[in-house]
Design a protein around this ligand. Structure first.
Ligand code: GTP
Ligand code: GTP
Length: 441
């Protein structure tokens, strides 16, 4: 499972700056999606092959007793409890403050590994900046500059070193790994029970350590699926129920581990920011997606129309996904939902032949060439597949950094249509050749 790094520190020490640096490589893979607003507190990062989750607890005030600060502190407390490693940021220019000492006292009780990170240290003597903070009793300070990137790579390597576990085996026979996600009370546990309830649960993997997710294999109409345990759902006897608070971190981990996410929405409620953020996580992770608009039994025609409009307006960046209007409670629409899960899985795992990809690319270029950018005219030459779940199309050529996001989206749509890929996002990666001779001809 991907380790979770949680950033803690008093206001203004540079948590958001470090968060952006730790997550930006991943963001750059997703072309700007109109309508998608990201949750700036949770992100996915990557160093080499290794992925991790980053949580920014901005606004965390360990002494807040009420109001919005208290609510933020509560969420930060939850993140601290679920962290694999805590990065405690302090400001190397401001020196040690009483507020830092309060937070340090709180973190010493967290029972989690804590790395002390001294930020804003560019151009300063490392030994000198760090010395001030030894008094916190949190070990050797790691001296970095989040703004300039100094020491950040080493910081990540040190933070992640204890979690270098072997990659998980993919058991193809177990079918798609499915995560049922959504905000509290939309009907996730009801849907999960409906999905697996009718069929015998074949086996049950108990987690070896607390970091392992629970995976539940089940079978429907002769097809195999593996359900990834999701935020707030726990098995009690024969049924699933919500036994703990909704957790964004667990939701993100489930999304990262699945092949297909089923996003559950509540038709009786307006689409909320939280719905949109969870949808955004699925998109960022590049997972295949099926949307279940639940409680359809509970809403009248007027409300149905309103829900459709609300979805069209607020979740327009999910146009690659199939929407199903279902009742988890009455088990209506579930067969169709699973058919879309199968289709989305097949699309996510598709093999794209190089000649067909290149032909499709040529046809797209013939229909509409990429715009000239100043003196640069991007040249797209050929394409091949660079990955699955999501499918990645690698395009080779020159001056490709000047291809605008709108043209990338045009190419995405072209490939999706040509290969009939329903339910998965598709990524385009450019490889510019800098060989001047390659420009000729
Ligand atoms: N010199 C210097 N300034 C930095 C560095 N990192 C962040 N800053 C600056 O410090 C200020 C605060 O940075 P943020 O990342 O917003 O701090 P934060 O901890 O997220 O603050 P809150 O959101 O209030 O909790 C900004 O003006 C940053 O530009 C750094 O490495 N060096
Ligand atoms: N009418 C109707 N009610 C439903 C449906 N699905 C779930 N509910 C009800 O909605 C409420 C919440 O359902 P849960 O399955 O507990 O929701 P959840 O998303 O698992 O909630 P958390 O675990 O708290 O995140 C319960 O009272 C369910 O009975 C449905 O299809 N129709």
């Amino acid at each position: 499972m991907n380790p979770t790094i949680v950033l803690v520190g008093r206001p203004n020490v540079g948590k958001s700056t470090l968060f952006n640096r730790l997550t930006k490589t991943r963001d750059a893979l997703v072309a700007d999606q109109p309508g998608l607003t990201r949750d700036r507190h949770y992100g996915i990062g990557r160093v080499g092959e290794r992925k991790y989750l980053v949580v920014d607890t901005a606004g965390f005030d360990p002494v807040a007793k009420d109001g919005i600060m208290h609510e933020m502190a509560r969420q930060a407390e939850q993140a601290i409890a679920e962290a694999d490693v805590l990065l405690f940021l302090v400001d190397g220019r401001a020196g040690l403050t009483p507020h830092d000492e309060q937070i340090a006292a709180r973190l010493r009780r967290a029972g989690r590994p804590v790395l002390l990170v001294v930020n804003k240290s560019e151009g300063m003597d490392r030994a000198m900046v760090g010395a001030d903070f030894h008094a916190l009793g949190l070990g050797e300070p790691l001296v970095v500059s989040a703004a300039h990137g100094d020491g950040v790579r080493q910081l990540v390597d040190i933070a992640l070193a204890p979690f270098d576990d072997a990659p998980e085996d993919d058991d193809a026979d177990a079918g798609p790994r499915v995560a049922v996600v959504g905000r509290p009370n939309v009907g996730k546990s009801t849907l999960v029970n409906t999905l697996i309830g009718e069929e015998r649960v074949i086996a049950f993997d108990m987690p070896g350590t607390t970091r392992d997710a629970i995976a539940i294999p089940f079978e429907r109409q002769g097809r195999h699926y593996t359900l990834i345990d999701t935020a707030g759902l726990r098995r009690r006897g024969k049924v699933f129920e919500a036994v703990e608070k909704f957790s964004v971190i667990k939701t993100l981990q489930a999304i990262e581990q699945c092949n297909v996410a089923v996003l559950v929405l509540d038709a009786a409620q307006d689409i909320s920011e939280q719905d949109a953020h969870i949808a955004g996580f699925v998109l960022d992770a590049g997972r295949a997606l099926v949307v279940a608009v639940n409680k359809w039994d509970d809403v009248d025609d007027y409300r149905r129309e309103r829900t459709r409009e609300d979805i069209a307006r607020k979740l327009n960046f999910l146009d690659f996904a199939r929407f199903h209007y279902v009742s988890a409670l009455k088990a209506e629409g579930i067969g169709g939902l699973l058919k879309s899960v199968d289709a989305a899985y097949a699309a996510a795992m598709v093999n794209l032949s190089t000649p067909r990809l290149t032909r499709t690319l040529q046809a797209a270029l013939a229909k509409q060439a990429p715009p000239r950018h100043g003196v640069f005219r991007p040249k797209l030459r050929y394409a091949h597949q660079g990955g699955s779940n999501p499918p990645v199309v690698v395009i080779h050529g020159s001056a490709l950094e000047h291809v605008p996001a709108s043209y990338v989206r045009y190419l995405e749509r072209t490939f999706v249509d040509a290969f009939k890929l329903q339910g998965t996002p598709l990524r385009i990666q450019f490889r510019t050749s800098h060989n001047p001779y390659a420009e000729k001809g």
